[in-house]
Design a protein around this ligand. Sequence first.
Ligand code: UDX
Length: 432
Amino acid sequence: MRISVIGTGYLGATHAAAMAELGHEVIGVDVDDAKINRLRLGQVPFFEPGLPELLSKHVATGALRFTTSIGTAAEFADLHFVCVGTPQKKTEIGADLGYVDAAFAALAAVLRPGATVVGKSTVPVGTAARLATEVTAAGGDLVWNPEFLREGFAVEDTLHPDRVVLGVPRPDAADRLLEAYAPILTTGIPLVVTDYATAELVKVAANSFLATKISFINAMAEVCEVTGADVTQLATAIGHDARIGHRFLHAGLGFGGGCLPKDIRAFMARAGELGVDQAVAFLKSVDEINLRRRARMVDMAREMCDGSLAGRRIGVLGAAFKPNSDDIRDSPALDVASTIQRSGAAVRVYDPEAMVNAKDTHPALAYTPSAIEACRDADVVLHLTEWAEFNELDPEHLADVVHDTKLLDGRNALDPHRWRAAGWTFRALGRP
Ligand code: UDX
């Protein structure tokens, strides 16, 4: 089948390569010339494990092409996926739909009658119904198909999703999409066909639930800190209850990234517009608990520096919002690093993949080429993103490099016994 994918960020580039992997002919579209030029060469402009191999394989055969011309895409394909971003507005908590609106307007102007347009962007409930009038007026059908991919596992999540959700105006509107997804669906993955509003809400509800689960365990961490209890053991124990489960119960510095923080805020904003703000008022607490962990991390670093960060040297391990990603959008690590630097400390940051992005958005921080260099002469080392590489650091070797053997684990990912046995003062969020 001939497919176009509009928007070639984390979601769109992955979706385009995955559709080529399913055997389709795909054209990726973006307004960013530089990005398209790199993709044409088979290069992925961000870090996503497995994607470079998939992309270059299909670019080489010609099954996957890229263009900046929406007209070319409309001529080429009858199935279009809209994968552009919906970031938080600059001055409000609502989602900025500028990219979505622009993509739909551009596509509707050139759409071939009878084409199917699939919205994958995360949007406030009610958006699909509004956009459907535009697509219908151009002679096409709109299906809303939210994505659930996790960065770092984007290829796996696209080719082997937990479920496929389709919001449709009538059952046959999704026929062409079902045909395209047939290789995925024949493996027995659950398919939920529903209306637009439910499909849109599935996405924000899922992300709200995940954010709530993380903030729940981080709230327990706050209680553990004043009672001497251990949140990691608490999480293990409650997670054994199959109704609760272990996943997303990892206490630490909390969630960041391009999805969870802005999605719960956009949901609160939309609920307010709909007059049901009370229904999701708890998300405000979820957001506040999450941000409080960052403040707590800074306070603990200050405590470990005997009450003042001014003039201290702080080694920071991690800049990405989570491991296996170079994404630094709303990164808790960079937030903490910047706050500490503003408190007068000299902060040196190392991350295995996110250095280029971090330097770009946080040029005032100092960056080092290795974890060891970030820790050199440090009064305190902060572990802020749980890359596997940091777990392999040798506490005895690092002890020779730092000024003071003090480590603060913001991700509850390092083994306290190992570090304490090597003579370190080891502290972590939510545990003694
Ligand atoms: C998320 C959703 O998981 C995905 O389904 C959706 O499509 C997009 O948003 P992503 O932003 O890639 O994906 O990251 P995710 O793996 O969900 O992690 C989000 C944040 O939560 C990270 O900062 C991570 O460090 C943090 N986290 C996650 C915790 O602090 N504790 C946990 O137990 C799990």
